[in-house]
Design a protein around this ligand. Structure first.
Ligand SMILES: CC(C)(COP(=O)(O)OP(=O)(O)OC[C@H]1O[C@@H](n2cnc3c(N)ncnc32)[C@H](O)[C@@H]1OP(=O)(O)O)[C@@H](O)C(=O)NCCC(=O)NCCS
Length: 212
């Protein structure tokens, strides 16, 4: 009888603070590779991601690809029960936390909204109670299989905040996977062509009411 080989599929799971701490460099590797940033960026980001874990309302999800190794015999697929050690590789990461007035991102977005013509009362309403989707990244080898969508849905599931906000680099014609994903999930414009202090690239701030 022919046995069909089914490649392992990544599983999207919630990651505890301890999970993220112990897989920090694996997660940062996914981030740097997905964003196409230069190697070494992960060292700058590590302290920031570590601090983010401690923020109120922090939540992370990841996609784990089972990597199964056989012990003893060395023959692929023939290990007896108990000889198989199952490990996993992190192939995608997403996290966020509850927005708060003293956070750098919120002060930047507040200024951007004011500059874009938002009234102070509307800004206060928009920023009163939101979950910031800080990072969403899928390793290029694992992209295109809706892992991004599955992670965002899990990240935002059952949240107590009124809305979700995020920022993403502007892209001509909104023509990349991130934009298609956010639009598909109903994120709408809050501020367009906004530059954060210290970064000359234009960003969009997008938001939507919760639940998804
Ligand atoms: C943006 C990113 C997180 C999206 O994750 P992803 O798993 O690749 O993408 P999605 O969850 O949107 O799903 C991908 C594909 O699933 C398919 N898909 C989506 N909905 C579908 C449906 N209902 N039925 C069938 N297929 C569907 C689509 O083909 C989609 O690809 P497309 O957007 O190119 O058309 C990921 O591509 C990434 O890490 N990109 C680089 C880093 C980045 O930009 N991060 C965000 C910075 S703000």
């Amino acid at each position: 009888m022919a046995v069909e080989y089914t490649p392992a599929k990544p599983v999207v799971v919630e990651l505890s603070a301890q999970d993220l701490r112990s897989r920090l460099y694996e997660a940062l590797d996914v981030y740097v590779t997905a964003m196409g940033y230069p190697r070494g960026t992960e060292h700058h980001r590590a302290p920031m991601w570590t601090e983010h874990v401690t923020r109120p309302g922090w939540r992370a999800v990841g996609a784990l690809l089972p990597t199964t190794s056989t012990a003893a015999s060395g023959e692929i697929g023939t290990a007896a029960s108990g000889e198989i050690a199952t490990a996993s590789q992190l192939v995608a990461i997403a996290y966020g936390y509850r927005g708060a007035p003293q956070q750098w991102w919120q002060t930047q977005v507040h200024a951007g909204m004011r500059k874009a013509g938002w009234g102070e009362a509307d800004i206060r309403t928009m920023l009163a109670n939101y979950f910031e989707v800080t990072e969403v990244h899928v390793h290029p080898d694992a992209q295109g299989h809706r892992l991004g969508e599955t992670m965002l849905a899990k990240l935002l599931d059952g949240r107590s905040e009124e809305r979700a906000l995020l920022s993403t680099p502007e892209v001509s014609g909104e023509n990349n996977r991130a934009w298609r994903l956010y639009r598909r999930l109903g994120f709408t414009d809050v501020v367009r062509n906004f530059t954060f202090a210290g970064d000359s690239r234009p960003f969009a701030v997008l938001g939507r009411r919760l639940p998804l």
